[in-house]
Ligand binder design. Structure first.
Ligand code: DAH
Length: 377
């Protein structure tokens, strides 16, 4: 903008001012306009007043009035524009709705939940029912009814965590703990279940055959934390009872489950054309099954050639299983001449370690998101 010539009269000056005001877009431009027109020094008004000093007395009055009016007008117009500009400004803490949105962070299922859900899916598809049961158990369901009477050496297969005081709910024949104490009857020992096998008994006590169930949940053992042990971990128990259930059913079912859980290892076996290259049943011992078998799958890491993970055997154990022992049927009042069954127990953490090649079981419990977010939703 050129300097304003004070020799132009108020009327012409008004037109120039209006035109300039119309161009103003920002606060800074408005302040500059104010200085140029009505500022104390060098403005049009200041220069005009100076020029007026040399005017004749007759001229002074009307011209001076005209200049004063223009000054007021300029100030009013600027003030008005100031308010208009302020009203279009964003308030200090306003939300800027033009910013791109932040996508919410989606949570993940825990890797152990993924395995649990996968197992549940496999078995519900096969028509099994899914159960949960108490983690605080009594000696009877955890050991005795599973053909492990007191002093049975097989109880030492698992180091048990006992509660110092028995739970009233687990006293024999519904007697309260107080009654048991008064009569000096031996107290039933209450413990944290060492395996989910207790659920076999709990279910068969209440339901007639046929049975097809899986029970999933935490189990507890007196183990110190290390790469492969935690004092609490999870198991899946399976039980099938009915007329004419055989070892072939056990093998078929557990092979189908292992194939579904470890599809890539299975694919390796498929390439060689033999299921036997993927899974094997190895004779073993459990008091509640006869015969018993442990199930191994081909080592996930070395595919069978032998490595540190499989201790050079090429095989990795994934579960224990067997045909239900007649003593177990007797404990729950099933007729062992009428029905047969198979059962299995599998560690959930173990499956997860193998499936994803995780080398430290403790990672599942440390809640480190960098670890947990690597698994699917
Ligand atoms: N209870 C066993 C364990 O904790 C696993 C097991 C083995 C469960 C054989 C069974 C079975 O039902 O038949 O290691």
């Amino acid at each position: 903008m050129s300097p304003i010539d004070p020799s132009i009269g108020p009327d012409r000056a008004r037109e120039v001012f209006r035109a300039e005001l119309a161009e103003v877009r920002t606060d800074a431009e408005l302040q500059a306009l104010r200085t140029r027109w009505v500022g104390r020094k060098g403005s049009w008004v200041a220069a005009f007043m100076e020029a007026l000093a040399t005017a004749t007395p007759e001229q002074k009055k009307p011209v001076g009035r005209g200049a004063n009016e223009l000054k007021k007008e300029v100030e009013a117009a600027i003030a008005e524009r100031e308010t208009a500009l302020a009203s279009t400004k964003r308030p200090p803490n306003a939300v800027d709705i033009t910013l791109p949105g932040r996508t919410p962070v989606l949570g993940h299922r825990h890797p152990l939940s993924l395995i649990r859900d996968e197992v549940i899916e496999i078995f519900t598809r096969l028509g099994y029912q899914v159960l949960e049961g108490p983690e605080v158990e009594d000696d009877y369901h955890n050991f005795e009814a599973l053909n492990m009477p007191a002093e049975h050496p097989a109880r030492d297969m698992q180091d048990t965590l006992y509660l110092t005081r028995p739970m009233p709910a687990f006293a024999p024949d519904g007697a309260s703990a107080g009654q048991a104490r008064r009569s000096h009857a031996p107290q039933p020992r209450t413990l944290l279940r060492t395996h989910t096998s207790a659920m076999q008994i709990r279910h068969m006590e209440k339901h007639d055959p046929p049975v097809r169930l899986v029970a999933i949940g935490p189990v507890y053992r007196r183990d110190n934390l290390d790469l492969t042990h935690t004092p609490m971990f999870h198991q899946v128990e399976g039980l099938v009872v009915g007329k004419g259930i055989t070892l072939a059913d056990l093998k078929g079912t557990l092979t189908a489950m292992a194939e579904a859980l470890f599809p890539s290892t299975r694919a390796e076996g498929a390439r060689s054309g033999q299921a036997a290259d993927f899974i094997r049943f190895r004779p073993s011992f459990f008091p509640y099954t006869e015969p018993s078998a442990e199930v191994d799958i081909r080592c996930i890491k070395c595919k069978g050639s032998g490595c540190a993970m499989c201790k050079k055997t090429g095989w990795i154990e994934i579960l224990g299983s067997g045909m239900v022992h007649p003593a177990v049927f007797e404990a729950v009042g099933y007729d062992a001449d009428e029905v047969t069954g198979f059962a299995f127990g599998m560690g959930v953490e173990r499956v997860a370690l193998l499936k994803w090649g995780v080398e430290d079981i403790r990672l599942f419990y440390e809640n480190d998101l960098r670890f947990l977010e690597q698994f699917g939703l």
